[in-house]
Write a protein that binds this ligand. Structure first.
Ligand SMILES: [Zn+2]
Length: 327
């Protein structure tokens, strides 16, 4: 079963950090597991789509021979709930500084590959759709590249969770929400991540990203901001990509045992409800490294792994980058 912070928690969170907490899926969507007491609202199954790895490194060349170029992943139409990686090749006299995509903006970071810059931006579940302006600008505001991309709507399912009065009354400990809010918006210049990302457990998904959440049949007004994997208690949890440990604690009352990773340059991930935490803040972890064990601590109705991916502060659909099968 999926666990999810109560609506009150989400509102506090929003108020505290002003975060845009919209979540999203990609061009596929299906209904999550619906509790047996609740009517099925709709069902739609599309296969998950995995992104190909980032563009091949651009060969080193003399500055005057470097052609300006912009590559985007996904390269096709964009949709609500996606993370978007924009890679720019630029000669020495041009320095990409910021990316704007509709109302979103993100910072470009220099890559190890010569003349290459990259920015990561996230599109929320309720991102405005239609023709959307994409621009690459330099620090002085001059525009290096401008195009119009189409952003399409994604259909997200709904899911009901039967919440007991005991679970529903859980309150975060002081600082819990603040630390998690900080994790989501962390933006560090080092890139620890590389694609493809790896699933933290090998298990099927029983609650997808982006579903509208109902508690005991009442709409909470919010979305599922990650995915739930039907993982048994004690299952080792692996880092989806290289990163630096920012949160590692068993003390959180609402999220339970939690690890938060900063993957650098705009990607962060969180793993909650853990029974055991095997890393500490400041540790550098490699992709696939075990960071803890699956549990049912915090706001959980049973053992499972909830994990979430954030792109430039926006919750995005892990299924875009890791293909999951529905349980
Ligand atoms: Zn969840």
């Amino acid at each position: 079963m999926g666990a999810h912070p109560p609506n009150r928690f989400i509102r506090q969170h929003k108020a505290a950090f002003g975060l845009v907490l919209g979540l999203a899926c990609m061009g596929f969507a299906w209904l999550g597991t619906v509790s047996n007491s609740t009517p099925v609202l709709e069902e739609q199954v599309n296969p998950p789509v995995a992104l190909s790895p980032p563009a091949e490194p651009v060969p080193a060349a003399l500055p005057e021979t470097v052609a300006f170029g912009v590559k985007r992943l996904p390269a096709s139409t964009l949709s609500q709930g996606q993370s978007v990686v924009v890679t720019v090749t630029a000669p020495d006299n041009k320095v990409p500084a910021s990316l704007t995509l509709g109302k979103r903006s993100a910072r470009f970071f220099k890559q190890d590959t010569p003349h290459t810059w990259q920015a990561v931006v996230g599109l929320s579940v309720d991102e405005a759709t239609g023709p959307t302006a994409l621009a690459v600008t330099q620090g002085d505001g001059s525009v290096l590249h401008r195009e119009t991309v189409t952003l399409t709507k994604t259909s997200f399912g709904r899911q009901n969770i039967n919440v007991s009065s005991k679970t529903g009354g859980l309150q975060p400990i002081p600082g819990e929400l603040e630390a998690i809010g900080q994790l989501k918006t962390t933006l560090t210049p080092v890139r620890y991540w590389s694609m493809p990302f790896e699933s933290p457990t090998p298990d099927c998904q029983n609650s997808p990203f982006g579903t509208r959440r109902y508690h005991n049949g009442t709409y909470t007004g919010d979305y599922h901001k990650g995915v739930d994997l039907r993982s048994p208690a004690g299952r080792p949890i692996k880092a989806i990509a290289g990163g630096k440990v920012q949160i590692a604690t068993l003390k959180y009352r609402l999220h339970g045992g939690t690890v938060g990773l900063d993957h650098g340059q705009g990607f962060t991930s969180i793993y909650i409800h853990m029974s055991k935490v095997l890393v500490k803040p400041g540790d550098l972890v490699k992709k696939g490294q075990v960071i803890g064990h699956v549990g049912s601590s915090g706001f959980a109705t049973g053992p499972h792994l909830h994990w979430g991916l954030y792109a430039n502060g926006v919750p995005v659909n892990p299924n875009q980058l890791i293909a999951y099968h529905r349980c």
